[in-house]
Structures are given as C-alpha cells and as structure tokens.
Design a binder for this molecule. Structure first.
Ligand code: BGC
Length: 272
C-alpha cells in the first residue's frame, strides 16, 4: 500500500477538511487543512498579531481569518469545528500560563471566548502539542512507537510528549531548570539571537539541553521544530546523543495542521 493511501486510511472517520489557526507572537496564520494528507489546501492567510495581544484583540483577528477562509470554495461546512493553537498551557480550553504572551491570558477560557466570538465550536491546544500531533501523524514521527519528544525552538522552547502516537498534553519541557536557569531563556532560537551566539556556541547550549531531556525521558526520537529547523544542518550534526534527533517535516505548517487535526479528533469523538 502506498504512503498516500495509508494516510487516507488513517483519516477515516475524520472530517475531510477543517480550519486550523496558529497564534504566534508576531503573526496569526490560518489555513484549510486536508486531514487525509495533513496538508493545507490553497494558501495560508496571515495577519499580524495585534499589540497588545490581549484576548479580545486576538479574538477579533481570529474571526477575521476564519471569515476569509470560510469564503473560499474549498471551505469546510460551518458545523465543522475550528482548531486553534496558543503558546501557553491549555487545560480544558483554559490558558494556565503566559511565559511569552500578554499576562491577561492567564485563566482565560480561550475555547469559550473564541467559540462565542466565532459563533462556532472552537478547540484550543498548546502550540507545541499541535506541532507534535501533526509530526507524528503526517511527518517525521509517523509510525514511531514509544516516546517521541517534539521540541520547538522559537521565542520559547515548546515540547510535545507523545507515547505510541498518543499525546500527553502540556509537557512544558522548555521550562526545565538547568544550571539555575529556565532552559528556554538559554537555548531557544530567540535566546541565540539575543545572546549573539554563532551556531557552534548555540550547539553547546542545545547539547546541554537535549542531554538533560534525554537523561530524564530516554525517548526513541527527538524531532526539532520551529522556524530554526530550516537551519538544522547548522546545529543538529554537532549534537552527540544516543537518541536519534531529526528536523520536523511540516515546517511552519505544523501548528495549523495540528490545530485542525485535534479539532477533528474532538469532532469525531463527539459523534461516536
Ligand atoms: C510556553 C509553552 C509554549 C512554548 C512555545 C513556552 O514559553 O510555556 O506553552 O508551547 O513557549 O511557544
């Protein structure tokens, strides 16, 4: 059986397409996701993140993106839920942290806010968890059993903990305290820029981080995501780990695809 037909089979029972939206610090991006292939249909639609990025201001932008995507010929039916990522702990739809986002998000019921503003069902998920789901279903972690850790290097460090294809949500491994520091302040992509590190210097930071995570969890596979994964040949070969470590495959689509996938899984579950 070819790869595509296997992918189609694995999507059985899911809606064909769902809108996914990825909320980031600088941009909010949306797309219509084909869930059989884990790909965006047509172009992405991006709007700059409003500043200050308060819940109400962000909800307005999310509504604008959904309106644009819904006007397209290939748009999903309006009864389909919308999937949204958010860069914080999300428990039962409620934001429980705000490391790199406006502090007013803490304790905001993000599911309820967006569902109210959009007038349709919305499911919110942590951004790295969404990327992780997308990578194990459609990308670099497809078919890998055991523990897969997807680590995203961006403004912060995000993490998705996946065991036998199932997500253990809100792992927050970017906030491990290593050598007296919150790890993401030393080893995120933005920390590299802030500290003016070249790739060799940055690799030393990543070595310290990944060795520690490897010691704690003994994963089968590390997948490195975030925009910096485009430059993975500049740092991954420098790392010495017993665990295989590879770049993410979905690149900057992982959040949108993962957001749509988890909303589709909620929808399927609710129909059973
Ligand atoms: C947040 C995580 C998020 C990560 C990547 C961290 O600072 O605590 O929830 O997944 O940044 O955006």
């Amino acid at each position: 059986m070819g790869k595509n037909s296997e992918k189609k089979k694995s999507a059985r029972g899911l809606p064909a397409t769902v809108i996914g939206i990825d909320i980031g610090g600088t941009g909010i991006k949306g797309g219509i996701v084909d869930l059989a292939r884990g790909e965006i249909v047509g172009s992405r639609f991006r709007v700059s993140t409003p500043q200050p990025a308060t819940p109400d201001a962000v909800a307005v932008v999310v509504a604008e993106i959904v309106k644009e995507l819904s006007s397209r010929a290939e748009a999903p039916q309006p009864e389909m839920p919308i999937g949204v990522t958010f860069p914080a702990i999300i428990q039962h739809g409620v934001a429980r942290s705000a490391a790199n986002v406006d502090k007013s998000w803490v304790d905001t019921d993000v599911d309820a806010l967006f569902t109210r503003v959009l007038g349709r069902d919305v499911h919110v998920i942590n951004d790295a968890d969404a990327a992780g789901l997308a990578e194990v279903r459609y990308g670099a972690g497809e078919g890998v059993d055991g523990t897969v850790l997807v680590i995203t290097l961006g403004t912060g460090i995000g993490s998705a903990f996946i065991f036998n294809g199932h997500l253990v949500p809100n792992a927050e491994l970017g906030h491990l305290e290593i050598d007296g520091h919150d790890a993401e302040t030393q080893a995120s992509a933005v920390a590299r820029e802030r500290l003016g590190l070249d790739w060799d210097e940055y690799s030393v930071r990543l070595q310290r981080y990944f060795s520690h995570v490897e010691f704690l969890f003994s994963p089968e596979l590390f997948i490195v995501g975030g925009g910096i994964s485009k430059r993975s040949e500049d740092f991954l070969p420098n790392l010495s780990l017993r665990t295989r470590i590879i770049p993410a495959e979905l690149k900057n689509h992982a959040g949108i695809v993962g957001a749509a996938l988890q909303a589709a899984l909620h929808f399927k579950h609710e129909q059973l």
